[in-house]
Each structure stands twice: as C-alpha cells, then as structure tokens.
Design a protein. Structure first.
Length: 156
C-alpha cells in the first residue's frame, strides 16, 4: 500500500512537522516528542521516506554568506505551449544553476522562475544570455526582491 492509498495519521503528521523544523533531530528525540517508542517511530519514518512523503533532508544555508543574496522572480511567456515545447523549455531550465525554482503557471504568463545570483549585473547576464535564449521564450518580466519576509526553508 502506497502513501497515496494510506491516510497519514496524527503520528505521521507530527513526525513530518518536527522534521520540517529540524531535519537533524535524532530518532530518539523524535520518538519522544511524537509520543511513540523508538522502533515504531523509526518504522513510520522509513515508511514516510519510502513512500515519498518525505523526499529528503537538506541544509538551510545563509545564501548571503555565500555571496548569493540577489533574488529575482522572472515571469516567462512562451511562443509555443505544446507539450514538446514545454519539455524543451523545462530541460533548458534544469541546466541553469541560477534558477532555484521554476513553476508552470496558469495565467497571463507561462512560467515563474526564482533566480538567485550575486548581484544585479550577474542577474542581467543570466537573464540575457541564459533565460532569454531558452527554447520558445517570447518575453520576460522581472521583479527584484528588496527584502525576503518569509521563505519556505526558514521556519521557527
């Protein structure tokens, strides 16, 4: 039975909530906070991972300390939105490391890209030399982040 066939119960949801806040939490501490003994907690955690409910664990990095604090959101309109064109655009997006996120959007444009670079000059190069030359791009519009207020990876 897969995760899509099985409902997540209160223990599963609590495990997920705690790990979203601290992915490095020891199983012993996790079990204690969830209200289970260690072995049943480990079994549930393994099932959540195997079923793809928990996709992985990662470090939350202070991107400013890496010199990558410039963030821009770029709307992309394509000239062709047939499946082959979308696939070609998607492959191109995956090859650009400065694109942190890419979402297909329903609305006045086709994609919303989150682009992270060192500064506006580097962003301008990425937009002009990489994003604008992706397959089927007809036009773009960009919004530069002045200050992040809430980001997914930062939870307390």
């Amino acid at each position: 039975m897969s995760a899509t066939d099985r409902q997540l119960d209160q223990f599963d949801r609590k495990i997920i909530d705690l790990l979203v806040r601290d992915g490095r939490m020891a199983v012993t501490e996790l079990a204690e906070k969830v209200g289970l003994s260690k072995t049943p907690c480990q079994v549930r955690l393994k099932r959540l991972i195997d079923d793809g409910v928990i996709k992985g664990f990662r470090a939350v990095v202070d991107m400013a300390r890496l010199g990558l604090e410039h963030v821009a959101f770029t709307e992309v309109k394509l000239s062709d939105t047939r499946e082959q064109a979308l696939a070609e655009f998607n492959r191109g997006v995956l090859a650009i490391p400065e694109i942190e996120e890419a979402h297909m959007i329903a609305g006045n444009f086709d994609y919303l890209l989150k682009v992270r670079t060192a500064d506006i000059r580097r962003f301008r190069m990425v937009l002009g030399e990489k994003i604008s030359t992706l397959p089927h791009v007809s036009n773009t519009s960009t919004f530069v982040v002045m200050e992040p207020v809430k980001e997914q990876a930062v939870r307390s």
